[in-house]
Design a protein around this ligand. Sequence first.
Ligand code: ZN
Length: 430
Amino acid sequence: MQLSELPPDIWLRSVRVPAPLLAGAPVSAGPDGLVDLDLRLTGGRIAAIAPAGTAPAGIDRDRGMAWPCFIDGHVHLDKTQIWARQHGADGTHDGAIAAVRADRDAHWTEADIEARFDFGLRCAWAHGTSAMRTHIDSYWPHARNGWAVFRRMRDAWAGRIALQAVSLCPAERFASDDGEALADEVARSGGLLGMSMMGPANQPALDRVFELAEARGLSLDLHLDETGDPASGALLAVAETALRRGFRRPIQVGHVCALAMQDEATALATIRRCAEAGVRVINLPMCNMYLQGRAPGRTPRWRGITMVHEFRAAGVPVSFASDNCRDPFYAYGDYDMLEVYREAVRIAQLDHPFADWAGSVASVPAASCGFADHGTIRVGAAADLVLFGARTMTELLARPQSDRTVVRAGRVVAARPPDFRELDAVLGAA
Ligand SMILES: [Zn+2]
């Protein structure tokens, strides 16, 4: 029996699942942290999990891996795919900010954002992602367009990709009257409050952001210290502010690249404060490699990512995510979380042993972002799976796995990533 004809009640026999992606009782895992199982899919849900070789009949996967669908906890679906019409982006962070600002001012109608946003979601859908958290450029009052598109897309995609959204603008923007209006728009949209800060922390602006979030019961998701300058100290300021104010809602922080450039004792002290404050960290390895350490004619000397092993050792949840796709902050990318995982493993040496990190693109971001019922394989969960022929981690990571099978609610998804030509008219690039 072929996978393409999955009946409504079927055993997938002899599948391998990374142990961190299995909810429930601890299991003993083999090499690479993989557990051999038989999975019963009934009526679109995972109806049973049994030791490998005990199911009576079904489709034999011959040790091919099964992952839960991926969780992409930090993306920018409002910026996505503008690469073809922007001019002047040079691969630097400053160049990207200027290029996006020019594109936003010239082109970002609701129709423009929606066409690109939807394209990004279709990429993610085809690659096997079931939940995403997107940042929305939030310069008031123009931000209304992005938030209106988010609300429409969240409703239109409900049941396929669960969507969350976060505001994004420099923290100082919240100090003006616009801060109240923006925070109200975020709250009205069911979003999270977010901002960017790097360099020496602006404490009054930081307290203002916390205050606006507290008044509305909003969680935080912050772009911090996205620079190689060791003097950039926003992360420590955020942890200290959260502790001082007794902030109770979840805080996720992205990037925090500068930490890796600080002396070890200073960095480890900050990591300890993050652990105490309950901060969760999300890393954007492809974007960081692209932007950090870039100077004309000079070979980059560092990988741009933060101290993921040290965060994890301190008990801080660490996830990986796509961040930007085909915009001035990152010229490539396709919302493929297997690509993100593969690159993260190589860049940050998340191997030997592999097992510890498989959760970083599924179960960990699901918990960090609060996507209940996503990111793990367990009895009763939706049968949302990504099936691979690969039997080991090096088989998995050696190839792009373009022949993977995405299963949603027990049915095979036939979708392929959309053709870039679809956006030619939107981008004026035909
Ligand atoms: Zn970002």
